[in-house]
Design a protein around this ligand. Structure first.
Ligand SMILES: O=C(O)CCC(=O)C(=O)O
Ligand SMILES: [Fe+2]
Length: 230
């Protein structure tokens, strides 16, 4: 994993371009159920296998479907990404963003083991990462990072990057001023030429993200019915 480390980002983010093939990408997009979207004001979302309860518990009646697991989880295992996660990958949020849509800065929080693996499908987007607490350096550039997420890429956020930063996506139609000095993972990108060719700009198209996680509190429905706790 070391060669995928984003050097200038907060210590523990990894970027891998072309993590899946174009065929795999198309096949996954094809299998996302069209009738399970939850429409929010600025994006739509599916929680698989289910949304968490008010106490951040996953009532895991069913495992993640094969089309979401393959080929991702074998590759996660090869890279050791969810090593140490008590339940392995047991949850995936699917987000869809149209041009002009985004997500407010937030942290994913304590419901999950502090590792998120994000596979991007469709369009390219900039993820804005900001430090939660001001650093004493007082230099804003040390507290904000822009991560360009290309289609078919994997972004892994762990450890301090997970616990000490917020992440969000601006509601814009174009991501501008994309260059080595402003994009933290510039050297790791799969296709810098595509950005250069458009004048250091990315025109948003529909992007879908698959964010794989390990929910820490799991209660199987069967156990609940029979009054056993886990
Ligand atoms: O779409 C993304 O890359 C980020 C999604 C996200 O932050 C979330 O679902 O918590
Ligand atoms: Fe998030």
């Amino acid at each position: 994993m070391d060669k995928h480390l984003i050097q200038s980002a907060p210590s523990s983010m990894y970027y891998i371009p072309d993590f899946i093939s174009a065929e795999e990408e198309a096949s996954i997009i094809d299998k996302i159920p069209s009738n399970r979207w939850i429409t929010l004001s600025h994006r739509r979302l599916q929680a698989v296998p289910a949304r968490l309860t008010a106490t951040n518990t996953l009532l895991a009646a069913t495992p993640l479907p094969e089309w979401l697991l393959r080929p991702m989880t074998d590759r996660f295992r090869d890279l050791g990404i969810f090593e140490g996660a008590p339940h392995g990958v047991n949850h995936c949020l699917i987000n869809e963003y149209l041009p002009g849509q985004g997500i407010m800065p937030h942290e994913d929080g304590g419901a999950y083991h502090p590792v998120v693996a994000t596979v991007s499908l469709g369009g390219t987007i900039v993820l804005d990462v900001t430090a939660k607490s001001p650093s004493n350096a007082g230099d804003a550039s040390l507290m904000r990072w822009r991560i360009l997420q290309e289609p078919r890429s994997l972004l892994v956020t762990t450890a301090a990057a997970y616990t000490e930063t917020l992440h969000g996506i601006a509601e814009v139609h174009k991501d501008v001023d994309l260059r080595p000095e402003t994009v933290a993972n510039w050297d790791l990108l799969g296709d810098r030429e595509a950005i250069n060719a458009k004048g250091n700009m990315n025109e948003r198209t529909t992007r879908i993200s698959l964010t794989y996680r390990n929910v820490l509190k799991v209660s199987s429905l069967g156990n609940k019915l029979f009054g056993r706790t886990k």
